[in-house]
Design a protein around this ligand. Structure first.
Ligand code: HEM
Length: 420
């Protein structure tokens, strides 16, 4: 009681208040102000325009990555600020196709940024997609190239066709059921979901040598597709503020905790695939597994954590991208009757029967089919997110745009509709 009174006296006296204010000033306001002056005036990207919050803190990027509207945000920012925008303290977005080649070309003095490190299940779990060291990445590409050779892909085609048959069969069953139950001749199906199932099963075949069975007798595996989406969202979000992953902060944040746990479940699903590389087939995993001794330059293989990560990222890289593209192609064709009828004519006049529809010269001659796919990808790109590259020692310039960036900053090319 007495102590409280003494406290009150001291508080009223003002000395404690002054002390707390001083601590607040020295501990938070002063460093914050110094940082703000640095970020806005002296940072290597200080001269580029962008939203104030974005130039000051990664929280701005994090918020939009989490809400899933970063592509719309970038579109608006480029409309407002022009072709070069600093939307995060250390990152510049360039809305000009001229910058694409210089930045993403093989020999550019940039590397995949820390963004990709946030996708790894553990520091050593590095896949081709997630390798940020250029030498390391090149080595992984050499090994991966064996699994994607023309011969290897030819061997896998029958499994792709098998899963397409599963889809057709599943749709016929649903049609029959509906006809029997409701005497209706048409069925409404959410094709986006069915294409997800199709591609997920195909990826199981290609990567692990066995279908995930979501169109067949393992519908419970459809839950893994949801987890995959959640994992992708978690990755994209924490990559906007890498410290969240680096220091394990994400699992303590209420808005990220659910994503964190679902991503862990997705990783466990990938790891839990039995008999990896032992299907007796030349699936991608078996190429990677048996390539352990085969890197011609180093003679070393892919260590186990990297191998599992390779399987996991391949499923992510191939599933959503392909099913989104197929959904887009289907959507546009169903809304453009003339394009659809031209495609029908091309397919029916090229192939005599269903069995003939496979990779080869006849398929390659289907130029309208190819144009439909390319146009759908242009209008609804499956990878709408940014692909950040970090400038390496010595700096990096895009001479066509008269731009030069010092080492350490991140650059991305975000192509949105251009300003006139
Ligand atoms: C329409 C379908 C697809 C689209 C639009 C697409 C798009 C992309 C893009 C934009 C990248 C570059 C990523 C980056 O630099 O950050 C990439 C990389 C990659 N994709 Fe795909 N992808 C598709 C299908 C697939 C499939 C089916 C597979 C596997 C079977 C696959 C495996 C990979 C791998 C391994 C990489 C990393 C390559 C490297 O870093 O050298 N993708 N993809």
């Amino acid at each position: 009681m007495q102590r409280l009174d003494i406290g009150r006296v001291v508080w009223r006296d003002g000395s404690v208040r002054s002390l707390l204010f001083l601590i607040f000033l020295v501990g938070a306001v002063l460093p914050g102000s110094i940082y703000a002056v640095y970020a806005l005036e002296f940072h290597p990207l200080a001269k580029y325009p962008g939203p104030l919050l974005g130039r000051l803190t990664q929280c701005y990027d994090l918020y939009h990555a989490f809400h899933g509207d970063k592509h719309v945000l970038l579109y608006r920012l480029h409309q407002k600020y022009g072709p070069i925008v600093r939307f995060s303290p250390n990152t510049i977005s360039i809305n000009d196709p001229v910058a694409l080649k210089p930045i993403y070309a093989h020999g550019a003095n940039v590397k995949k940024s820390i963004f990709y490190e946030c996708f790894r299940a553990a520091p050593q779990a590095i896949s081709t997609l997630l390798a940020t060291n250029k030498t390391h990445h090149a080595r992984k590409r050499r090994v991966m190239a064996q699994a994607f050779s023309a011969e290897a892909l030819r061997g896998l085609e029958q499994y792709v066709l098998g899963r397409i048959e599963d889809l057709v069969e599943r749709m016929n069953i649903l049609l029959d059921q509906t006809q029997a139950e409701k005497s209706q001749s048409t069925v409404t199906l959410n094709m986006a979901s069915y294409l997800n199932y199709l591609v997920f099963d195909i990826m199981g075949e290609l990567v692990f040598g066995k279908s995930f069975g979501t169109l067949g007798d393992e519908p419970e595996n459809r839950a893994a597709i949801r987890l995959l989406g959640r994992a992708a969202r978690r990755n994209y979000t924490v990559a906007a503020m890498p410290a969240l992953a680096q220091y394990g902060i994400e699992k303590y944040l209420p808005f990220l905790r659910g994503l964190y746990h679902d991503r862990a479940k997705y990783l466990a699903f990938g790891k839990g695939q039995n008999g990896l590389g032992e299907s007796g087939r030349r699936d991608i995993f078996s190429y990677l597994l048996h390539a352990q001794q085969q890197d011609p330059e180093t003679g070393t293989g892919i260590p186990m954590p990297g191998l599992f990560m390779e399987g996991n990222t391949l499923i992510v890289a191939g599933s959503d991208t392909s099913s989104t593209t197929m959904s887009a192609v289907m959507f546009y064709l169903l809304t453009k009757a003339d394009a659809m009828s031209r495609l029908k004519h091309e397919v029916l006049s090229t192939f005599q029967n269903v069995e003939e529809i496979c990779k080869g010269p006849k398929m390659q001659a289907c130029s309208w089919l190819r144009a439909c796919i390319d146009e759908a990808m242009r209008m609804s790109p499956a990878v709408a997110g940014l692909l950040p590259r970090e400038v390496m020692e010595g700096g990096f310039g895009v001479s066509e745009l008269d731009l030069f960036f010092p080492a350490g900053v991140q650059v991305v090319v975000e192509i949105t509709r251009r300003q006139r």
